[in-house]
Write a protein that binds this ligand. Sequence first.
Ligand code: COI
Length: 355
Amino acid sequence: MASNNNIKVTKATASKIGAVDFKNLEFGKYFTDHMLVADYADGKWGEPEVVPYAPICVDPSISAIHYGQSIFEGIKAYRMDDGRTAIFRPKDNYLRFNKSARRIEMPEVPERLFMNGMKKLLEVDNQWIPKEYDHAMYIRPFMFSTETTMRVAPSSSYKFIIICSPVGPYYSAPMKIHVEETFVRAVPGGVGFTKTSGNYAASLHPTAVAKEKGYDQVLWTDAVEHKYVQECGTMNVFFVIDGKAVTPDLLNGTILEGVTRNSVIQVLKDMGKGVEERAISIDELVEAYQKGKLTEAFGTGTAATISKISLLGYKDFIMNFDPEVMPWADEIKAKLTAIKEGEAPDSHEWIVYVD
Ligand code: COI
């Protein structure tokens, strides 16, 4: 497998960067000039290459399209004040990627391919990394099956690709969230803990129904009793109750093991704040709200960073939160951003430099 330095690079003949408004980066709108591609066949991974970003040609019968053998990750890289490029916790995403691969019966991607490929791509498209506060290069590694077949079976061939997109925050305003009791996202023993494409496809209709009612996203509840909260559309969720941060635990595999979720828990511990991972029932949230003890709600994710929730609607009961008075969310976001952007010490060795 190629090291970072000997990955073959074919440069784009012209750059698209001039067309990008770096002051108004809509999430996921722009893609950089290059992508990294590697193919798996005959039981092994071929050499990765950096090539110009372009449409890929696939056969209409590939099983990824029909049966959804497809997984992805989301990682961010930042431009440091000294000009260096810093990737935030890529190893954690790498490990989660292969966890998804195993559950979806796909081959694991070797660490060198994943990490060196990502670094090489960031080197080649380095001038695309935004400099503004809370902006970053969003890195999207993904893998899908490419065997041409109508049989429902693991594919014998796969494509691994990394693309990059300079981004601002995913959610630009505080969110209104509907506590979902009709549709479900994940069941114990299912694929809720993976980043497989079908999880996101299945969320689209429930989210559209919630949007018709005036909400932005749903907060999933457990599939058995609709009693315990799980996560929001594209984010894990935290609540501040009685001076402690609480977030649903990961115990039965129905919740995505968010890298930002894990970072927030660590930052809270570092700040000496109380934080608990445990089952949280919707009844507990309602009761705490009525007693004035539920003071903040926010989502966490690579794309979402820390996104405040201004309204939580459960049946006819509405819980309002003032996004201007969310000291926990503000402090966590400031602390985490400072670490990511190199303004605070990286005491947990979360940063990986490209150079
Ligand atoms: C991320 O936060 O990186 C995600 O993958 C969520 C995505 C659906 C935007």
